[in-house]
Every structure is written in structure tokens, then in C-alpha cells.
Design a protein around this ligand. Structure first.
Ligand code: SF4
Length: 528
């Protein structure tokens, strides 16, 4: 549904801020593609754009692709911004630029919802999800589009049911410029891991869209040019297991209808390994990757952070089970926990070797507001406000030791030979378990073939000829080509190249040790 129509027409400029360079944005893979410039289309802002009254013209700018221009700000009567903590500086910058044109600026999304005081310059703070605060914002702008004399904070008390969410305005975004498509089925998570702000922000009882909404969204994304992979950004895809089971037959049907032209990925807790019926459905719907917050292989640490559910199945066994259904596990890892010991880094590297997981997001612990961790560390007087640090946590181990361990782990885990060997393992033991997709004219389209050839050319030239890990690359490449594994070769190399380049910068001290760190570097993803 949309907001009710109002007589007054307002022109709204939605601006999504740049990301600071981060492990999880894959920007070093972009030059190997055919013009990808940004990570995922921002769900929240495109949702708000779709919700606005039908007669309100909307422009959407993702500053990861190109910056909003003076003409955009002049055109607009109000500016909407949304983003995460890591984009805070860029969000404040957009506000400053909009104010130069005397436009009122509203901010919504996860960062302002958790920390309204990060954003003193904005005219309107939209705290919480789509709901009565959104209607109030629209009503106020309809009445008066000048900047209010002082900041107005609007808090959602009555959330719009997800089953009534409109389809995000994908038609406003250039979906071909994104590395991944994104879609949301549920919001919230029943668990309460100590460091996580999801239950505090979105609740413990997952809210849901209907399966029909999801397939309609997928149809629209295809129409608007999405290709490759679509990521379910749900906090936990099995937060409501019955709902996941209800959705899967619809996804399978949709894949059959559209020729399996995209693959899916999602985030889920590791105890998904106890649910063969869900894993079997996901295999059939062509899920190829699950991001699991494994966090640490240390059971004492898991218990301390209230993540006991990771131990419902022994971790290695759970990973193998998921791999047996054709899905690669991507793992979140945290260093700097209170339970860490000097040998924790070595144990992590042994775990990586044993699990053969290629892609791990290794972060330093960061305390986020609205989490039990934040409350505990505040009580213990262990929160440090210092933007030059990699984390706001006063670790038990010496700070320099923890950061050095992180750098050493990044360097070792993503050495080209080791990483490509892990991909080799996945090709042999995981991807080989994926369903045999029937041939389809959509996948064999000239557009798709051209895309594949462009990526192959870029990979061979930029990594195989100009790159600096040629020996390892060619060993990997020749084996893939010899076995006709072209698709696996392209998908592995896109990610592997990013990891190798990023990890080198990280171990040399040029990247942040946490996706949440507010220590910002100059090397932001450029808006060109
Ligand atoms: S399982 Fe994941 S989403 Fe749920 S509380 Fe834990 S870390 Fe957060």
C-alpha cells in the first residue's frame, strides 16, 4: 500500500550515502564486472520512495554510483536520507549540502533509529520502521515544506504490517549497477546475542511479508534488470521456520518459471543444519550461499555471548551438512572478545583450514548502542570514545595485540594460494551438490553470454596479466577451464580477488578492523 494521496504535491529527493570502503562491499570486484558500481540497492529508501503519495514525484540517487548534483537539490522540495552507522559522516554531509539549498532534510533507517543523537543537524528524525511516523512526516511536509525552526523527532509507535508494504521502487534504481540484488521477507530475530542490535531494533518475533509479495518483488527486480544473485537481507532467514518453509515452494516455482536466472543467498543461524526439510527446499530454490554468524569456534566464548544456538550441532558438522545441500557457508567472525586468549588467532586460522570456508568477515568486536553488550560495558566502564581506535571496546587483552592478531589473521586467511585452495574445495565438495538446473533460454540469452565473456576478459587481463598473484591465479584458472567450470571460475574469482586485495590493505593497516568502526578512511568507495 501507499500513503494516502494528499492534494499538495511535493518533490522528494532520496539520497543514499556512500559507503566507506569495507570488506563486505566487494568494491575490488567491481572492475572485473561490466560496470557494477555499488553493492546492493538500499531497501529502506526504495521502500519509502514507493510508499510516498502517488502524485509526489521522487528522484533516487545512490551516491555510490554518482553524487547528487546542485540541480537535484534545486529540484527537490525535501530530501530523504537513510543509512547505517558506517555511513554517518556521509549522511551528515548530504544534510549539509541540502541545507545549502535551504531544503528540509529527513533521516530514517537503522543508524538514526539506534542513535538519534548522531544527527543533530537534520530537520526531521524518523525513528523506527515504516508506520505512523512516516505518515506524520508526509503530512507535515504536505502542510509546509520549509525547514522547521528546530529539529522534529517522529517515532514510529504503530508499524505498518510488512504484508502491506509496497514493492520497493526498484524502477528508480539502475539495478545493473549493483553487485547483488536484495530482498526482504522478514524482520527481527528470536535470539539475543549479546553484541547484536537486531532484537532491540526490530523485535524478537519476526514480522513477515507474504510469499506472493516476494515473488512479485522478484518479478519486478527482473524487469528492472537485476541479474546474478539476490540476497535475502532478513536478519535471520529461519527466525520463523514455518514461514521459511511456506516461502520455499513459491521460490522454487518462481525459479522454474523464470529459468533459474538468479541464485539466492541469505543470512541464517547455524542451527539451520538441524532442519533438513528447509535445506532441501533451499537447494531446490537454488540458494547457493548462507551467511552464518559463527563468530568464534570457541564454545566458552559462544556461551558468554549468549550464542548457544550455534552449538546445537557441532560447528564442523553443521558446515558440512549445509555444504552437502550445495550451499557455501560464509562466516562472520569476531576478535577481541573477553574470552580471547593470546592463541585465539592461531585457533581461528586452524578453524578456517578445517572448515574450508573461503569467505569470512573477520571483525573486531564493536559495542553498538541498544545491545546488552553496550549496557554491560557501560556498567564496567569499558566503552571508549576515540575515533582513532579500531573499536570502542576496552579489550581484556592489550589493544595493540588484538589489532595485530586481526591483521595477521587477515593476511594469512586470504593469501591467494590458501584462499583459492578453499574455493577449489568448495567447487569439488559443495557446488557439485547443487541442483542440475534445466537449460533455459533466459540463461542462454545473448545478454548473459556477453556478460560472462566481459567478466572473463576482465579477469584474465586484470588479474591474470596485470595482477600480482599470477602463478596461483593461473593454476586455479587452468584447472577450471580444463574441467569446463567457467561459471564457478567467474563467481569464485570475483569474490576471491576482492578478498585478496582488501586483506592486503587491511594487514598493511589501510582498512578498518570492523564493519561498524567509525574510524573512517579516505579510501571511500568513489562516487564518480
Ligand atoms: S542470531 Fe544473528 S540476528 Fe539473531 S540476535 Fe544473534 S546475531 Fe543477531
Amino acid at each position: 500500500m501507499r500513503a494516502e494521496s494528499v492534494e499538495t504535491v511535493r518533490r522528494i529527493l532520496c539520497v543514499f550515502p556512500r559507503y566507506t570502503s569495507a570488506f563486505g562491499t566487494f568494491e575490488y570486484a567491481y572492475p572485473l564486472t561490466d560496470g557494477v558500481q555499488a553493492f546492493m540497492p538500499p531497501q529502506g529508501l526504495l521502500l519509502i520512495a514507493a510508499y510516498l503519495p502517488e502524485n509526489w514525484p521522487v528522484r533516487f540517487i545512490d551516491e555510490n554510483i554518482h553524487p547528487a548534483t546542485d540541480e537535484d537539490f534545486e529540484w527537490a522540495e525535501a530530501v530523504f536520507v537513510s543509512g547505517m552507522h558506517i555511513q554517518r559522516r556521509h549522511m551528515n554531509d548530504i544534510c549539509r549540502r541540502a541545507h545549502a539549498f535551504d531544503r528540509p532534510v529527513a533521516i530514517g533507517g537503522p543508524s538514526v533509529s539506534a542513535c538519534p543523537d548522531y544527527y543533530p543537524s537534520f530537520d526531521y528524525l524518523h525513528v523506527g520502521e515504516l508506520g505512523d511516523a512516516t505518515d506524520e512526516l508526509i503530512a507535515r511536509l504536505a502542510r509546509d515544506s520549509s525547514r522547521p525552526a528546530r529539529q522534529i523527532v517522529l517515532k514510529t509507535a504503530d508499524r505498518l504490517e510488512m504484508a502491506r508494504f509496497p514493492i520497493p521502487a526498484y524502477e528508480l534504481a539502475d539495478l545493473k549497477r549493483y553487485f547483488l540484488g536484495s530482498i526482504q521477507y522478514s524482520s527481527g530475530c528470536p535470539y539475543q546475542c549479546e553484541f547484536c542490535d537486531i532484537p532491540g531494533l526490530y523485535g524478537r518475533n519476526p514480522r513477515l511479508k507474504s510469499p506472493q509479495q516476494i515473488t512479485a518483488e522478484l518479478d519486478k527486480m527482473l524487469e528492472c534488470g537485476i541479474r546474478g544473485s539476490v540476497y535475502f537481507v532478513d536478519d535471520n532467514f529461519i527466525g520463523n521456520r514455518k514461514a521459511a518453509l511456506d516461502l520455499l515452494p513459491h521460490l522454487i516455482e518462481w525459479q522454474k518459471k523464470t529459468g533459474y536466472v538468479v541464485r539466492f543467498s541469505c543470512e541464517a543461524t547455524l542451527n539451520i543444519a538441524k532442519r533438513p526439510e528447509i535445506l532441501a527446499g533451499m537447494r531446490e530454490a537454488f540458494f547457493s550461499t548462507i551467511f552464518c554468524g559463527i563468530e568464534t569456534p570457541d564454545p566458552i566464548a559462544l556461551k558468554a555471548m549468549h550464542k548457544d544456538h550455534n552449538m546445537m550441532v557441532p560447528i564442523m558438522e553443521a558446515i558440512r551438512t549445509i555444504n552437502n545441500y550445495g550451499m557455501e557457508v560464509v562466516s562472520g567472525i569476531i576478535l577481541g572478545l573477553d574470552t580471547d586468549k593470546p592463541e585465539t588467532g592461531q585457533h581461528l586460522l586452524e578453524f578456517i583450514e578445517a572448515s574450508q570456508i573461503p569467505l569470512l568477515t573477520i571483525n573486531l568486536l564493536q559495542a553498538l548502542p541498544k545491545t546488552p553488550l553496550w549496557d554491560r560495558l557501560a556498567r564496567e566502564n569499558r566503552l571508549i570514545e576515540d575515533e582513532s581506535r579500531e573499536s570502542n571496546v576496552d579489550f581484556r587483552l592489550p589493544y595493540e595485540d588484538v589489532v595485530r592478531t586481526w591483521r595477521d589473521c587477515m593476511r594469512s586467511a586470504f593469501e591467494p594460494a590458501k584462499l583459492l585452495a578453499r574455493y577449489e574445495h568448495q567447487i569439488r565438495h559443495t557446488y557439485s551438490n547443487q541442483i542440475e538446473r534445466p537449460p533455459s533460454r533466459q540463461r542462454a540469452s545473448w545478454q548473459n553470454v556477453k556478460l560472462g565473456l566481459t567478466m572473463l576478459r576482465n579477469i584474465f587481463w586484470k588479474v591474470g596479466v596485470l595482477g600480482d598473484y599470477k602463478i596461483q591465479f593461473w593454476k586455479f584458472a587452468l584447472r577450471r577451464l580444463g574441467r569446463g567450470e567457467i561459471e564457478y571460475f567467474i563467481s569464485s574469482m570475483l569474490v576471491a580477488h576482492h578478498l585478496i586485495v582488501f586483506a592486503r590493505a587491511a594487514s598493511g593497516g589501510q582498512q578498518n578492523a570492523s564493519n561498524y568502526s567509525i574510524r573512517l578512511r579516505e579510501a571511500s568507495v568513489p562516487a564518480e
